[in-house]
Design a protein around this ligand. Structure first.
Ligand SMILES: NC(=O)c1ccc[n+]([C@@H]2O[C@H](COP(=O)([O-])OP(=O)(O)OC[C@H]3O[C@@H](n4cnc5c(N)ncnc54)[C@H](O)[C@@H]3O)[C@@H](O)[C@H]2O)c1
Ligand SMILES: O=c1ccn([C@@H]2O[C@H](COP(=O)(O)OP(=O)(O)O[C@H]3O[C@H](CO)[C@@H](O)[C@H](O)[C@H]3O)[C@@H](O)[C@H]2O)c(=O)[nH]1
Length: 446
């Protein structure tokens, strides 16, 4: 099948590369000429495990191509994904300007009946706006082509994007009920990912759009709830890690996404919560639970910084804090809305210097932290410890999982370890002579 993908970021690039890998001829386009140049040379502009191999295979086979040209995109295929960004607008709603601009560009050039598939995360009703934007352009040109619009939200996780796309737990597809052509296209396109179990959930377009927000917001609420419990556990001298295991063993709850920590970040949960809260309030009902989850998370992102400042009696003048992990989660270079930024700000404000290291996010963090004096981004975990009083671990990268605590105790002047992801055994840390502070584990091993 010939497929065009508009927007070659985390979602567009993974979608395009994986669909090329299963035999389709895919043209990915983007407005960012620098990104497209790099992709043409086989360079991957983001850190996403396994993506380089899939892109290289597609380029070598001639099934994956990149362009900045909408005319080429429209000429290439009668099936076009829109996978551009939908950032938060000032009022929290999803900014649809990129999506609608892509739709207009398609309409301006369409030369045949086309299926437009909205893959970006968009509020209920957006597919109607996309259809109207394309049709307006077709009418202005006086051409009779039909546009069919479907919703196919993406559920991949950064750091596991290729794996998630290749082995989806579900493929949500919203079409008009009588759009049999669109359904056939989806069945054919996703057949390689749908061999052993039925993964495709066909539904109406509005329900598909809503399913994406419902999933992300449910997960975000769950994390905030665990974080609230963790903070209570801290006050009660309970170990939230033992509680997590006990609670997660109930099959009605399950063990996943129950990790308390330094708050959730990334380009999706915070933004999608804001958008659904906005939608809910616009429709006449306050989104009480989601607002609470949002507030808990804003507090949680500041918590580790506050714990560090409090440990040193409210002032960090002359102190150096080593920070391991800048990305919002492991296995990505993405620092969008990462807790590390809030923590660094709290430390700088209290007068500290920060030496931060991340295995993949040094470049993106350098951009995000531009203008903040007092932060040094360094090239290794060991380098971050040089001259440091304390260590704060913010991202759960594998390479931070089992440090030599005796060595840390020798290097850290004030011998204190702040574990923002509850990665360590407090007993082992304390045995090495370090003070341990996690999230919801204040009494453990004391
Ligand atoms: N990142 C994720 O893990 C993830 C997962 C599922 C869904 N989503 C959703 O997918 C969408 C895209 O997210 P992303 O993380 O891939 O974003 P991104 O910022 O990484 O990529 C978007 C790309 O679109 C390009 N672009 C913007 N306007 C364009 C236009 N008019 N024409 C062509 N290209 C254009 C940008 O230059 C950029 O390269 C968002 O709605 C997001 O919420 C993201
Ligand atoms: O138990 C947990 C699990 C996650 N997190 C944090 O939650 C954030 C998001 O993590 P994750 O969901 O793994 O990453 P994303 O790549 O943002 O993926 C989410 O957002 C995507 C974009 O919409 C969706 O496609 C995915 O299904 C959804 O999991 C990160 O800051 C994590 O540290 C926790 O604090 N505790």
């Amino acid at each position: 099948m010939k497929i065009t993908v508009i927007g070659s970021g985390y979602v567009g690039l993974v979608t395009g590369a994986c669909l090329a890998d299963t035999g389709n001829h895919v043209l990915c386009i983007d407005l960012d000429a620098g990104k497209i140049d790099r992709l043409r040379r086989g360079e991957i502009p983001i850190h996403e495990p396994g993506l380089d191999t899939v892109v290289a295979r597609g380029l070598a086979a001639g099934r994956l191509r990149f362009s900045t040209d909408y005319a080429e995109a429209v000429a290439h295929a009668a099936v076009a994904f829109i996978a551009v960004g939908t950032p938060s607008d000032e009022d929290g709603s999803a900014d649809l300007s990129h999506v609608l601009s892509a739709a207009r560009e398609l309409g301006r050039r369409m030369e045949r009946d086309t299926l437009v598939i909205v893959k970006s995360t968009v509020p209920v009703g957006t597919s109607d706006k996309v259809r109207a934007a394309v049709q307006e352009q077709l009418q202005a040109r006086g051409v009779p082509h039909k546009v069919s619009v479907a919703s196919n939200p993406e559920f991949l996780k950064e750091g596991l994007a290729v794996e998630d796309f290749m082995r989806p737990d579900r493929i949500v597809v919203g079409t008009d009920p009588d759009d049999h052509r669109a359904k056939d296209i989806f069945r054919e396109m996703y057949a390689p990912f749908n061999r052993n179990h039925e993964r495709i959930f066909f539904m109406d377009v509005r329900s598909a759009e809503f399913t994406k927000y419902a999933s992300n917001c449910m997960l975000a609420v769950r994390i905030s709830f665990m974080n609230e419990l963790a903070n209570l556990a801290d006050r009660l001298k309970v170990d939230i890690e033992q509680v997590r295991r006990g609670v997660g063993a109930d099959p009605r709850i399950g063990p996943h996404f129950l990790y308390a920590g330094a708050g959730f970040g990334g380009s999706c949960f915070p933004k999608d919560l804001r958008a659904l809260i906005h939608t809910s309030e616009e429709s006449g009902e306050p989104a009480e639970l989601m607002r609470a989850a949002q507030n808990v998370n804003l507090r949680q992102r500041r918590l580790l910084g506050q714990k560090i400042v409090a440990h040193f009696g409210g002032k960090l003048d002359g102190r150096t804090i080593a920070l391991w992990g800048l990305a919002f989660k492991a296995n990505t270079d993405d620092v969008r809305e990462a807790s590390s930024i809030d923590i660094i700000d709290a430390l700088l404000q209290a007068g500290a210097r920060v030496r931060a290291y991340d295995p993949a996010a040094l470049e993106t963090a350098a951009t995000a932290l531009k203008g903040r004096a007092g932060v040094s981004l360094v090239r290794s975990a060991a380098e971050a410890l040089e001259g440091a009083d304390a260590l704060a671990v913010v991202t759960e990268w594998l390479e931070f999982r089992s440090p030599d605590f005796d060595d840390l105790a020798r290097r850290l002047k004030s011998r204190v370890l702040f574990d923002g992801r509850n990665l360590y055994d407090p007993f082992a840390v304390r045995r090495a002579g370090l003070v341990y502070q996690g999230i919801g584990r204040s009494g453990v091993g004391e």
